[in-house]
Ligand binder design. Structure first.
Ligand code: UDP
Length: 236
């Protein structure tokens, strides 16, 4: 596999072309951002940990036949994935109240939701990723309605698989964000990353946070929290 030109650089990752038109290399950077990039820091080694965690999670999902872009982990900071065109709709699944749900609806952090809630946000930095419903998505032509239905279905399946996986490590899956894309042959697949940058994960007993909230709210050493998470996920 030959690494070619840079296709795109985001806040935490760089996408490179390869010698195969349907595959890309995703490189995980150490840059850590929160609050739309207002809070920014380099946390040396974070990219290595997030590549390891994300690869491990995608392997769990691939084994369960969930369609993802993930092919394999190539090196400390790189994974090989199918090239996709990202659909600008982020899907968030929540099992417990936290973050913007708590701020928006006043439900205290940690309240267990009766059933998983699926929300959709328009991936748009300038507008700060506004919450959108299917009617907005149709009107603004952000995605095909059938794809949105499928994305929500897959997101709930991912929630069941990951809830059980994390529970086996004594970790609560509080909420997470997924991104989807269309492959060069038009298939809808789960894309981007699934890491503590994009999930809220708490120790089931102590409720200690093992995710980006540690950075958002200066709760301690982010790298230590991510490393602890990785170690626990690797335990048999
Ligand atoms: N999230 C993300 N990227 C975003 C927004 C949210 O990965 O641009 C993740 C976030 O880490 C959390 C979940 O999606 O696990 C729900 O985030 P929320 O809507 O509560 O927003 P926040 O409080 O993180 O701004």
């Amino acid at each position: 596999m030959e690494k070619r030109e840079k296709l795109y650089e985001g806040k935490a990752k760089i996408i490179y072309a390869t010698d195969q038109p349907d595959k890309v290399i995703i490189y995980f950077k150490d840059d850590t951002t929160a609050f739309d990039g207002v809070k920014k820091e380099q946390i040396v080694g974070k990219g290595v940990i997030n590549n390891a965690i994300s690869s491990l999670i995608f392997e769990v999902l691939n084994k369960r036949s969930i369609p993802t872009h993930y092919i394999e982990k190539l090196s400390d900071r790189e994974m090989l994935a199918l090239k996709v065109e990202i659909i600008p709709v982020e899907v968030v699944v929540r099992n417990f109240a936290a973050g913007s749900f708590t701020r928006r609806y006043g439900v205290p952090e940690g309240t267990k939701l009766e059933k998983p809630l699926v929300e959709t946000f328009w991936k748009n930095d300038e507008l700060h990723d506004p919450l959108v419903c299917l009617e907005h998505i149709k009107l603004l032509k952000l995605a095909e309605p059938e794809d949105v239905e499928k994305m929500k279905e897959i997101a709930l399946e991912v929630n069941e698989v990951l809830k059980a996986f994390f529970a086996s490590k004594d970790i609560l899956l509080v909420d997470f964000k997924l991104e989807f894309g269309k492959t060069t042959d038009g298939r809808l697949v789960l894309a981007d990353e699934i890491s503590p940058d994009s999930c809220r994960l708490w120790d089931a007993k102590t409720k200690k946070k093992l995710d980006k909230d540690v950075f958002r709210f200066d709760l301690g050493d982010l790298k230590e929290a991510y490393q602890e998470l990785l170690n626990r996920l690797r335990e048999k």
